[in-house]
Ligand binder design. Sequence first.
Ligand code: AP5
Length: 220
Amino acid sequence: MRVVLLGAPGSGKGTQAQKLVARYGMPQISTGDLLREAVSEGSVLGKKASMAMDAGELVADEIVLGMIRERLDRQDPAGFVLDGFPRNETQAGALEGLLETIGQPLDCAVLMDVDFEILMQRLTGRRSCPQCGRVYNVYFSPPQQTDVCDHCGGRLEQRTDDNEATIRNRLEVYESRTRPLIGFYARRDLLQIVDAEGDIDEVFERLISALEHLRKSGSA
Ligand code: AP5
């Protein structure tokens, strides 16, 4: 299955992508994770990306598209789940062309629909484990011991762009640059909308039921 997860920062794209990986075995391709990796390695690409990320702006298309081309070249028979990409119409058009070239068109783009007020709480409360990648939330899914990963004992961290000022800008950038992709995918009859409020497992059930429906109808 080849799926794009669309949605505002904090809508649960990363959380649900990890659950899809566990269920269907397709790889998760997260441009945010790839960029954070490049930043922490201190690569040239990472240095170019970090200023935009800290400000909550989009990283230049050519950087992101380069990463995606390289990643999609390694094709997987299980497909993929794209999380955080595409983010604007240029990226969406480039993805469409790329997938056409390799004969692997998208099955659907799922919009994770969450009310604005909830997003802020989800983002300011997020903590992640740098060792094993587990993600927690101090309001909704806290670790048993403050700032310690239940899974591996690692010290939990807060993302540098999860502060209120940067979150506000990320949400504005989402509204102006990424939200138009809802129309882009609706026009191609690829859009599915999932109510992404409620607890994580509840949202996953809704997501699975949308994807299974497509599978049964032969569209995926
Ligand atoms: P990126 O890493 O993609 O961040 P984002 O889109 O802002 O999304 P988030 O990771 O913040 O949220 P999410 O929807 O994945 O939510 P999550 O599941 O973690 O991008 C970061 C930056 O990189 C961008 O600002 C940009 O600079 C750059 N970038 C990335 N891609 C780019 C691109 N294509 N082009 C240009 N620049 C790009 O959940 C959030 C929290 O909520 C967690 O704590 C989680 O536990 C909790 N939670 C999740 N679901 C629920 C639920 N149902 N109930 C309660 N809590 C929940």
